[in-house]
Design a protein around this ligand. Structure first.
Ligand code: BV8
Length: 237
């Protein structure tokens, strides 16, 4: 029996216990850094060094981070499902690679990836794990100074929206994990899921701005709530 298709949307709360900052918690990134000064293409055009410095600090922090029990649990769920011909779409707003480090086979990074650079000269994307700056040379075209972080800023189109829409509409359960439900279009996915008649679940530290939109809810640290949920799901196989 093929298990039901799952669409799982994750946010910064999934990686919080791995030491990566969230955005809107009391000590969140956006409380000390203004989005307008760091996470828009206008900010980058205005002061590229300042924006590169913000992402370089986050990339260095990510280089020392490890997946936590929640990442491991989601990777194991995806593996158990695919072993039975089932599909778990791991769609993340996060720009870290901790789900991949935990063994996830497919992760859809709708807001891009911190360990990738985007060359504005040749449009190429390349793996990038060190600091980005004016002297950085594109590995694909060899040009210097045209590289930016390959992350989706406010006002830019999220990546993989066609794939996301197709997987979301074909899913039988929608689960949001560790997200405040404040950023669109991701925050609207639960309404799309509800309109398609599928059950929805929020797993978060505390009720998000979107909490009422979900049919079931589980609260607590992701390293406790996510493994408990995936264990129950795998137990249904
Ligand atoms: C776009 C990448 C056009 C860079 C980020 C309506 C429709 C469409 C767009 C808009 C709209 N209204 C407004 C917009 C514009 C805008 C937007 O949404 N603005 C908001 C502020 C109102 N959206 C855009 O510009 C997007 N582009 O719209 O293009 C379009 C239109 C339609 C269809 C397609 C395209 C682009 C948005 C992407 C911006 N880039 N990041 C970077 O990382 O620096 S956004 C940023 O916020 C991160 O990606 C982050 O992941 C994301 C969402 O935040 P969360 O992940 O939810 O993190 P947050 O801190 O908010 O919450 C953490 C949660 O975890 C909390 O609830 C907390 O309780 C919980 N938690 C904490 N600890 C734990 C925990 N849970 C469990 N365990 C724990 N231990």
């Amino acid at each position: 029996m093929v298990p039901p298709s799952l669409f799982i949307l994750t946010g910064a709360g999934l990686s919080a216990e791995s030491g990566l900052g969230t955005f809107r918690d009391v000590d969140g990134l956006w409380t000390s850094f203004r989005v307008e000064d760091y996470a828009t293409s206008e900010a980058f055009a205005r002061d590229p060094l300042k924006v590169q410095g913000f992402y370089n600090a986050r990339r260095r922090n990510l280089m020392g981070a490890s997946p936590n029990a929640a990442h491991m649990a989601l990777a194991a769920l995806q593996k158990a499902w695919s072993a039975r011909g089932g599909r778990v779409t791991l769609c993340t707003q996060n720009v870290d690679d901790l789900l991949e480090m935990a063994g996830a086979a497919e992760v859809v990074h709708m807001h891009g990836e911190l360990k990738k650079a985007w060359c504005l000269s040749c449009d190429g994307r390349s793996a990038w794990e060190t600091d980005l700056g004016p002297g950085a040379v594109c590995p694909q075209c060899g040009k210097e100074g045209g590289l930016r972080p390959d992350v989706v800023w406010f006002g830019e189109f999220p990546y993989h929206m066609d794939l996301i829409t197709q997987r979301l509409e074909a899913a039988e359960l929608f689960v949001a994990i560790g997200t405040s439900g404040s950023v669109y279009p991701a925050a609207g996915f639960v309404r799309t899921a509800t309109a398609r008649g599928m059950p929805t679940m929020e797993i978060n530290l505390e009720p998000s701005d979107n909490a009422q939109a979900f049919s079931t809810r589980s609260y607590g640290p992701a390293t406790e709530t996510v493994p408990a949920w995936t264990k129950a799901m795998i137990g249904t196989l």
